[in-house]
Design a protein around this ligand. Structure first.
Ligand code: ZN
Length: 434
């Protein structure tokens, strides 16, 4: 069979071997059978379900005609090589780990869309001017070791060796979990592919309701919101719920309640700004005790860092005032900060072209959630395509759902985008540098 050059009409128009949507959903269903919990989908890094999932992906990549391997942290990498070995690589990726009691599509949808599209390119014998790697990242959610993006950070050379000393809830060090799985912790720096990367594309379920409201199957991500996170501890004075008069109380939980409402009010004040108190605890709380201590987390995100930082500064200043007025002390610790990151306009334009060719309205939206794509910022161009999420946009839940029709559109747009990128390279005006 002779090679079809990307951009030849015979390559673009050849009918796919099978329906992408149905096939991708069937694969997601099969992966969801691997779970470390009997009561829902749970696939956290380097545990048995994770190994079983990686094994399926590795086998499917091989069957799809890719040369596939698992790297030293559990990323599953399948390659459709270019004829010229010296060119750089277009990566299509997302993650295969999950949260606890997860949905079947968060992360996996992007991996499987990449796999189905690469299989189709292999089947058509399309000669791409760049290597195409489909990468299933081992870890993105941060569930087991409370540090996220382990897979994509290793892949992009951003893995911090200090993370190896982190423990899971059972006291297992990440370094030991890697060794148990046959991976050498000291070899992680050698997994970096940063000098070889031409661009990164990620398909991901939206995890929100915007595309439902727009009545569109897919949308182009314009930027990924930056987050700043704090852990807050309020210390008041514990006392007897029956004997301490209201006017003499220093109730840590009541102070926290006032702060929760403050966060809600302040973060409703600007479009694209969101603030959440996601964990809230009264340690050793009891029915008949005025709370002496309250701990909570604070997560503030916005599409631009200035908006986010202004909201964060206002909230922290107001927390101090609330604490002073109530006679409680407050300890605030920043536990995470990530900048807002813009997707590459040139890649977004390629998505736009492919969406237009599919007869759909190109629509741009912001990602409020972080994704593996963040780790490619500053290393190579990156862009993301969101797929409409059913059930009102719920994700990180077994209620998470997508339709085969929408997934089919997403895979076709991804396929056509790759062909657009290849065409641009052949026409001498490459969108990405191979
Ligand atoms: Zn995800």
């Amino acid at each position: 069979m002779s090679k079809i050059r990307a951009g030849d009409s015979s390559g673009v128009d050849a009918a796919p071997k099978r329906d992408f949507g149905e096939r991708i959903l069937a694969m997601a269903e099969r992966l969801a059978a691997h779970s470390d919990s009997p009561s829902g989908l749970e696939c956290t890094v380097l545990r048995p379900a994770h190994r079983a999932t990686a094994a399926d992906l590795l086998a499917w990549m091989g069957e799809a005609g890719l040369s596939a391997a698992i790297d030293g942290i559990g990323n599953v990498v399948g390659r459709l090589p270019a004829a010229n070995a010296a060119v750089r690589t277009l990566v299509i990726g997302s993650h295969y780990d999950t949260v606890r009691n997860a949905g079947k599509y968060d992360g996996r949808l992007g991996v499987l869309a990449g796999l189905a599209v690469a299989e189709e390119l292999a089947r058509r014998n399309v000669a791409l001017p760049f290597h195409l790697d489909v990468v299933a990242f081992a870890e993105e959610e941060g569930v087991r070791f409370l540090t996220a993006y382990l897979g994509s950070c290793a892949f992009t050379g951003r893995f911090d060796p200090e993370w190896l000393e982190r423990h899971d809830d059972d006291g297992v060090r990440l370094a030991d979990a890697l060794a148990e799985n046959g991976f050498a912790p000291t070899a992680i720096p050698s997994l970096s592919r940063r000098s070889d990367l031409a661009a990164y594309l990620e398909v991901h379920i939206e995890q929100g309701p915007v595309l439902i409201a727009e009545d569109l199957p897919v949308g182009i991500v314009s930027s990924i919101a930056g987050a700043v996170r704090h852990a807050v501890v309020i210390t008041g004075v514990a006392g007897h719920a029956g004997t301490v008069p209201m006017s003499l109380r220093h109730d840590a939980a009541a102070a926290a309640a006032e702060i929760v409402l403050l966060v809600e009010r302040r973060c409703a004040a600007a479009p694209g700004l969101v603030g959440t108190v996601g964990r809230l605890a009264i340690p050793n709380g009891a029915l008949n005790v005025v709370p002496g201590r309250c701990e909570f987390t604070l997560d503030i995100r916005a599409v631009d860092d200035a908006t986010r930082d202004a909201a964060s500064a206002d909230v922290l200043a107001e927390i101090d005032r609330i604490a002073a007025r109530r006679g409680v002390s407050v300890d605030i610790r920043e536990i995470g900060r990530s900048p807002a990151v813009a997707c590459a306009p040139r890649l977004a334009a390629a998505f736009e072209q492919a969406i237009g060719r599919a007869g759909l309205r190109p629509f741009h939206l912001v990602s409020g959630a972080g994704h593996d794509a963040l780790q490619f910022d500053g290393i190579c161009d990156m862009a993301m395509l969101f797929v409409r999420c059913g059930n009102g946009g719920v994700s990180h839940s077994p209620l998470e759902t997508v339709t085969a029709a929408d997934v089919d559109v997403a895979a076709r747009v991804l396929l056509d985008t790759i062909l657009v990128l290849a065409e641009s390279w052949r026409s001498g005006t490459p969108v990405i540098t191979a």
